[in-house]
Write a protein that binds this ligand. Sequence first.
Ligand code: IFM
Length: 479
Amino acid sequence: MTATVTSETAEPGGAPQSSGLTFPDGFVWGAATASYQIEGAAREDGRGPSIWDTFSRTPGKVFAGHTGDVACDHYHRYRDDVALMVELGLASYRFSISWPRVRPDGAGPVNHRGLDFYDRLTDELIGNGIDPVVTLYHWDLPQTLQDRGGWTVRETAEAFAEYAQSVYARLGDRVRTWTTLNEPWCSAYLGYASGVHAPGIQDPVSAFKAVHHLLLGHGLAARALRDAGAQTIGITLNPSSVLPLDQESAADQDAARIIDGLQNRIFLDPLFHGRYPADMLEHMARFTDLAHIREGDEAIINAPIDVLGVNFYTPTYVSAKPGQAAALDNPGSEGIAFRKPVGPVTDIGWQIEPAGLTRLLERLHKDYPGTPMMITENGAAYPEGPDPATGRVPDTARIEYLDGHLRACHDAISRGVDLRGYFVWSLLDNFEWAEGYAKRFGVVHVDYTTQERVPKDSALWYRDVIRRNGLDDRSPTEG
Ligand code: IFM
């Protein structure tokens, strides 16, 4: 696709008038969620336990002991939720499949009642003109597989490919876009190095093994999906826009190289170039003999993909700081300091810097050319709920955040980046992992007591963005 972007439009047919920025024709507007974060129904229809069931029930791991047992009860309310998507005018909906619903024992028999749910959801979406985008793994690993080593062992990668095939066999006649993994960085480093996510392990060796087996699982699943006839196959990463604090300092530049290696190149290079970067092999060799990386694995990981999903929230700035202890979620990062956020931050404390997204997209386009990209997540946590007087949710700061990041996407497209779509994170307020329900990322407010949904002002604003296929000229918070 050649990206044609304009900065002026006047739309007929009652759509909001605008002289702002227009996105290319066919640009995909969507919203994203994930199974454990919204579905609830944790023990229904044969679903097995996942590592997040175990983790969230372990005292002290998740804010206030919250769990995903009920979450947004989307399992029972999916029809209403699809109706909300229709109101917003979404062209596409990105959701994930719960592996333990489909294969309760991870590698054992298929639970057809679990697949029935996704079958119903897919039909409901398509019946309403919304294109389903499926993510096969958004962190809810079956507990039985964790008991056998989780992502530290090769068998989990093999089981993932089998599970992918069973989902494709049921939904492949209707789902066109298949994403293997969501943010393997989080699964590997937050799950196995810092332990702030399930399964809560703190061991760099396990983390590096997890990196490899996640990537291998992606490659095996991508191959299986392709052989089965899948049309569009991708993976979603959360690549970081890493900058040296002092761009002139050689020591800061070296710090940035290492963090860029750990967060970006360790995933992107094998995916796109078929080999781990030499400096990261050396880095990992400080912890492990690398015997888990077998001959031929990198070629499997290098399976062709059709789209790269990019999740972006905040940039990273690093500097060299002798004596600094390693950040647990970046094994081997001793001597490197992560700058604390400066300027405005969201409710979860993440720095707001839309230019970081443009920078990241341009870098990906330059270093890993030829694969179209989608923003598969972008959004912000803010706490507002319904105003008792008006019933409205005035989440102005979220609108500003989204507006800024969409302008950043538009800038990237204008500079030649092949960006094909944008999925806001998230459709609904939901279970924000270790933060439980305390942090709200939704454009739709959820009252967790009544399960009432109220579209926030940001949802109404996003609806207008979708209708005009672009951004208004005026500041997002005016009028
Ligand atoms: O809620 C998460 C999502 O599951 C993965 N990407 C980041 C979001 C916000 O933390």
